[in-house]
Design a protein around this ligand. Structure first.
Ligand code: ADP
Ligand code: MG
Length: 389
């Protein structure tokens, strides 16, 4: 961290001829519960992690923003009076989008010089985009001094990603990247955006993210199909329970009563979402009493349901789950994100982490011929100011 901060400050001095006024961070994230529950108005349980985007900045007297990414070794410039999509430095669109949607709330931003560096791997399932958006949001907040709640800042980031960058994502990534808390998992109701911090002491148990190195190929078409199957389930349930607006409103009892009237595939999709929401609620009790073994069992059940009822797993994820569940110190193995490739996530007893990592690397490669990437994570605070001058 210190070397990264020194480099940020050196680069800022070199590019802009002075010392920066503030240092901020925006963390990446991983989800521990809630596979495909977000668009069903359900519950998710992510943590903010110990890889992040760091940014230093200083306000300018004019309405220009100049931002340098050390990762891309590129500088982008734009005016706050006319924020346009950048086809050349496409990475700068996350920053432009956040500025645009802050200003849309009637807040007049000041221009700024910025240097940033991320160690969140891009496109690997740890959400470098949310990390960048939330680092940008808190940086401008610190430089301009406006009021904005953590949940509102997350919504600005989501809008930037959906409407400015043009990527369709839910609210979870930005929400936990901004509102996460050290050694806690964040329980989020995706309907009301009510949230709770649940204790998860990551000095005792590490959260290990394992990238299968299988690109998330089918994700666009299959994601759309799953959404429409859930919508169909909602339409059918409305005949029997008129108050149902989303699968969130359907209980296990309802499913037992009416399930056999649903087309089989639709019933299976509903079963996953409904049981996943129940597991989400159960996590609140389990984590409140520190039951990590039981939490691991719930995470395993989450994966099995996503595989069997929601059919979003793939051979590489199955290989990784098998290996991670039986590796030393492991409490569980579960796909992370939307499935169809990407990462798994495991809870691993702190003392066994090195053994776990070594075993998983060896055994996964033996099974698949792919060399995985592993990230040993802790639960960290959400985006915020680290230093001011
Ligand atoms: P992820 O799963 O990591 O969020 P995305 O495709 O949603 O993957 O976002 C990755 C994009 O975010 C990158 O291609 C880049 O445009 C932007 N980004 C993330 N981190 C940085 C960084 N440190 N510097 C510049 N751009 C970044
Ligand atoms: Mg992203």
């Amino acid at each position: 961290m210190n070397e990264r901060i020194d480099n940020l400050k050196k680069d800022f001095q070199r590019l802009y001829g002075s010392a920066p006024a503030v240092l901020v961070k925006g963390p990446g994230r991983v989800d521990l519960m809630g596979i495909h529950t977000d668009y069903n108005d359900g519950f998710v349980l992510p943590i903010a992690v110990n890889v992040d985007v760091l940014a230093v900045g200083k306000a300018r007297d004019d309405r220009k923003v100049s931002v340098h990414s050390i990762n891309f070794d590129k500088t982008a410039e734009f005016s706050l009076d006319n924020i346009e999509f950048d086809n050349v430095n496409r990475w700068s669109n996350y920053i432009r989008g956040v500025c645009h949607f802050i200003q849309e709330k009637g807040i007049m931003l000041q221009g700024a010089n910025i240097v940033l560096h991320g160690n969140v791997p891009l496109g690997s399932g740890l959400s470098s985009s949310a990390a960048l958006e939330m680092a940008t949001g808190v940086l401008f907040q610190a430089l301009t001094g406006f009021e904005m709640s953590g949940p509102d800042m997350a919504l600005v980031g989501q809008r930037a990603e959906n409407k400015f960058v043009g990527v369709n994502t839910g609210i979870m990534d930005q929400f936990v990247s901004r509102n996460g808390q050290k050694d806690h998992a964040l329980f989020l109701d995706c309907r009301s955006l009510a949230f709770e911090q649940l204790p998860l002491d990551t000095s005792k148990v590490k959260v290990v993210v394992c990238n299968t190195m299988k690109q998330r190929g089918l994700v666009d078409s299959e994601y759309g199909l799953r959404r429409s199957q859930c919508e169909e389930a909602v339409r059918l349930f409305q005949q029997w329970k008129p108050g149902v607006k989303a699968l969130r409103d359907v209980t296990c009892g309802d499913l037992a009563k009416y399930g056999d009237k649903l087309p089989e595939v639709v019933r299976m999709r509903a079963e996953h979402v409904i049981s996943e929401n129940e597991r989400g609620l159960k996590c609140r009790e389990v984590l409140a009493s520190g039951g990590l073994e039981e939490f691991g069992e719930l995470m395993n059940a989450s994966h099995d349901s996503a595989r069997d009822c929601y059919e979003v797993s793939c051979p590489e994820l199955e290989a990784m789950v098998e290996v991670t569940r039986s590796a030393p110190g492991s409490l569980c193995g579960r796909l992370a994100g939307a499935g169809f490739g990407g990462c798994t996530v495991s809870l691993v007893g702190d003392a066994s982490v090195e053994d776990f990592v070594e075993t998983v690397k060896r055994e996964y490669e033996k099974k698949t011929g792919l060399a995985p990437a592993l990230y040993v994570c802790t639960a960290e605070d959400g985006a915020g100011v680290l230093e001011t001058n």
